[in-house]
Design a protein around this ligand. Structure first.
Ligand code: PAN
Ligand code: ZN
Length: 189
């Protein structure tokens, strides 16, 4: 190997208090209208879009690396607080395209849940997320963040470079559980 074959090391700054990645290369913005078909109460989503000017639902900040085995992709995920009807805001959720790849989420700000399920729906688990809490998403589990707090739920995520994303299965099947604010408290139903 010559010096030209080595990828150059790099570094970047993450504001741990604010949960912000400085100078991201990619900035993915998902608005309420991108979430059509995901929430239980579609009419409530339409009202939210109409009355609030299609607000930003969540953002992802990335400094991508080559999508190769051996690399580690990482990002900051920022999910805003709110509800669609009585259902707490969540991310679309996905499997990894290479199903047998895991992911680590470290919560930096806010609180909520990481909702995870297996492809056959035999298992569906909600791990709590709060500042300083880490969730390990094992290989093969679909995952979705849910914000039950009053502030953005911000996480630092790391996963294998080759993982990729499969959104279609969750878009069509959803998760067996949803997180609501009902009778004055959080309920996972
Ligand atoms: C995260 C997610 C991020 C946004 O980086 O991509 O939280 O959620 P959706 O991808 O479900 O819209 C991750 O799990 N990457 O693999
Ligand atoms: Zn993932």
């Amino acid at each position: 190997m010559s010096a030209n074959d080595f990828m150059a090391p790099f570094s970047l700054d993450i504001d741990l208090a604010e949960g912000i990645m400085r100078n991201p290369t990619n900035h993915i913005v998902r608005r309420a209208s991108d979430m059509r078909g995901y929430y239980a109460d579609e009419a409530a989503l339409d009202r939210l879009i109409e009355e609030n000017g299609d607000p930003v639902h969540y953002e992802v900040f990335e400094r991508p690396v080559p999508l190769d085995q051996g690399q580690l992709m990482f990002c900051i995920s920022k999910l805003y607080p709110g509800r669609v009807g009585d259902e707490y805001f969540f991310t679309k959720g996905h499997y990894h395209e290479v199903l047998e790849t895991a992911e680590i989420y470290l919560a930096l700000c806010g609180r909520g849940y990481m909702l995870m399920k297996t492809p056959d729906d035999s298992l569906c688990v909600a791990e709590t997320m709060a500042r300083g809490r880490m969730v390990y998403v094992p290989p093969c589990w679909a995952h979705r963040s849910v914000n039950t707090g009053d502030d953005p739920l911000i996480s630092f995520c790391v996963y294998p470079g080759e993982a990729g994303h499969n959104y279609g299965d969750i878009e069509s099947q959803g998760f067996p559980k949803r997180v609501y604010f009902r009778d004055g408290k959080e309920q996972i139903v």
